[in-house]
Design a protein around this ligand. Structure first.
Ligand code: EPU
Length: 428
């Protein structure tokens, strides 16, 4: 397993290009199962999660290949109905083949994705939505089995204790594109990644209308066609680099971003004293000097502050001047990074769905263990701030969602190296 070895204390400087969004790519890949036409995803990021979804689509009978930076998918010919445990357990997003398979084949068997290191992640809303469209859904031998002949449009409310569901909305909406009649999803997720999927489906021939009040209206069509589609910029990767730039008191220009998707993040960074200056519509400059102010932050569905940047912001707040509180309203147990940040000298504790962080800490490098994708990014940011050397172990989590992170950081001046287990830890 690879690890990063980081020597902290270098302000990041320069320009970094942000990749296209992982969380837009994965459901759009699943949507390719809705048509026998060719789906081309432009500039699809090279990530382990994209490879995992590729493996699932191939098992289901689709052809998937790279053409330069693009991903080309064709699900013509015989499509199989079973997505196996060994593949689905690796990545929860693969559960979103359930809707497309049910719509296309009338029968789908998708392994129940089970729990996850960031907490309990149920799929009851995905199932509720498909049942509302007339599918009979059972769990047999660890598989969610949906029988749906035919799917029929309905009006449904898709909300749980934490609000809307991103992949649940995607799953049910994809199924509804080929259902008979009209479906209305109330309390639909309105994350930019969901809107990216809607745009792609509409260009495939679907009839989906999103009205600003979390309401989706879908008029079923008989068939969908192939498409060439673009992904939105990865707002979570962009936020991670903004925080890393600020944390190192650097001066970094991010390009290929969409600031319009990042109001809550930019607002919070400005609150703590980071200077974020837009440069045209698709770039911004991030600088920071002096001390940071503490913050009180709650994660929320879009357009609120994203849970996927909670850990990274926490790393920054460990060095702010005073007491910060972070409340995790999406995944109340998503705090695996708290203990590891403490190993670097941060003063913080978890109390229920809150983390209380007392700064400013003087971070000092140490070996730490990455537990999930975004927690890993937080540890990298902390390592960039810490003195001496930090080793972030098990960085395969990072490769799931960040494209060539260490190369991008090195270009900004960071002293960071990827080391595989067979190599001794080098001097950087
Ligand atoms: N929920 C239910 N029932 C369901 C589904 C969700 O109660 O059937 C709850 C969840 O437990 C959670 C809340 O609803 O409390 C929101 O979960 P959601 O379904 O929106 O999460 P997701 O769609 O499974 C996506 C992202 C996550 C991101 C969340 C929240 C992808 C591939 N994943 O997950 O991204 O944290 O939305 O924004 O899009 C990441 O990239 O690191 C990541 C975890």
């Amino acid at each position: 397993m690879d690890r990063f070895v980081i020597k902290g204390g270098v302000p990041l400087k320069g320009t970094v290009a942000i990749s296209r969004a992982k969380n837009a790519a994965l459901p759009i890949m699943a949507a390719a199962l809705l048509t026998d036409g060719q789906v081309v995803i432009k500039d699809c990021p090279r990530l382990v999660d994209v490879k995992a979804m590729t493996a699932i689509l191939r098992v289901l009978g689709a052809q998937v290949k790279r053409r330069g930076d693009d991903l080309v998918i064709r699900a013509s010919g015989r499509i199989r109905h079973k997505a196996p445990y060994d593949l689905v357990r690796k990545m929860r997003a693969s559960f979103c083949v359930l809707g497309p398979l049910s719509a296309r084949l009338g029968h789908a068997e998708v392994s129940h994705p089970g729990g996850c290191v960031i907490g309990d992640r149920p799929v009851d809303l995905h199932i509720k939505g498909l049942e509302a469209l007339g599918a009979r859904v059972r769990t047999v031998g660890g598989y969610v089995v949906a029988e749906a002949t035919p799917l029929v449009g309905a009006t449904l409310y898709l909300g749980g204790p934490s609000g809307s569901t991103v992949l649940g909305t995607a799953n049910v909406m994809m199924a509804a594109t080929l259902a008979h009649g009209r479906t209305v999803i109330e309390n639909a997720a309105c994350e930019p990644e969901v809107l990216n999927l809607i745009d792609c489906l509409n260009r495939m021939g679907a009839r989906i209308r999103f009205s600003g009040n979390k309401r989706l209206e879908i008029r079923g069509v008989q068939r969908l066609r192939g498409v060439t589609t673009r992904l939105i910029p990865d707002r979570i990767e962009a936020g991670t680099f903004m925080i890393a730039a600020a944390a190192t008191r650097g001066d970094v220009t991010l390009k290929d971003i969409c600031l319009d998707h990042m109001h809550a993040v930019v607002d919070k960074l400005r609150d703590v004293g980071v200077v974020v200056t837009p440069v045209g519509k698709r770039a911004c400059r991030v600088t920071a000097s002096g001390s940071f102010r503490p913050a009180d932050v709650s994660t929320l569905p879009y357009p609120g502050f994203p849970t996927d940047l909670q850990a990274q912001l926490m790393a920054l707040l460990t060095v702010a001047d005073g007491v910060s509180v972070i409340t995790e309203k999406i995944y109340p147990d998503r705090f695996m990074h708290v203990g590891e940040l403490a190993r670097l000298g941060a003063r913080l504790r978890k109390e229920g769905p809150h983390a209380i962080i007392t700064g400013p800490a003087k971070l000092s490098g140490a070996p730490v263990m990455a537990s999930d994708l975004r927690a890993s990014a937080a540890l990298v940011i902390a390592g960039l701030m810490a003195d001496k050397e930090t080793t972030v172990n098990r960085i395969y989590h990072l490769d799931r969602g960040y494209e060539r992170m260490e190369r991008k950081l090195r270009k900004l001046g960071a002293r960071i190296r990827r080391v595989s287990d067979s190599e001794p830890i080098p001097q950087v």
